[in-house]
Design a protein. Structure first.
Length: 79
């Protein structure tokens, strides 16, 4: 059976997209190493002085034990 145009739109693409290309101007991103360990966080250029979204704070603390509101965290890397 031939696929219609709607079916083709829902198919996953296998084209490589870099992290930078995948991110929008106001998108935040978590960065992991090859073992899934939290390595860092991408902060949008225009939002560097903005508070970290609550959902990201929750994920980092709940799943990785990292409190992004800790004062000393800014002075060290996550990995």
């Amino acid at each position: 059976m031939a696929k219609n145009d709607d079916d083709k739109k829902n198919e996953p693409t296998h084209e490589y997209v870099s992290f930078e290309d995948a991110m929008g101007d106001k998108d935040w991103g978590l960065i992991f190493d090859e073992n899934g360990k939290l390595k860092g966080m991408f902060i949008p250029k225009d939002l560097t002085d903005s508070p970290v979204p609550q959902s990201i704070l929750h994920i980092c603390e709940e799943f990785f034990g990292v409190d992004l509101e800790e004062e000393n965290l800014i002075k060290r890397t996550l990995h």
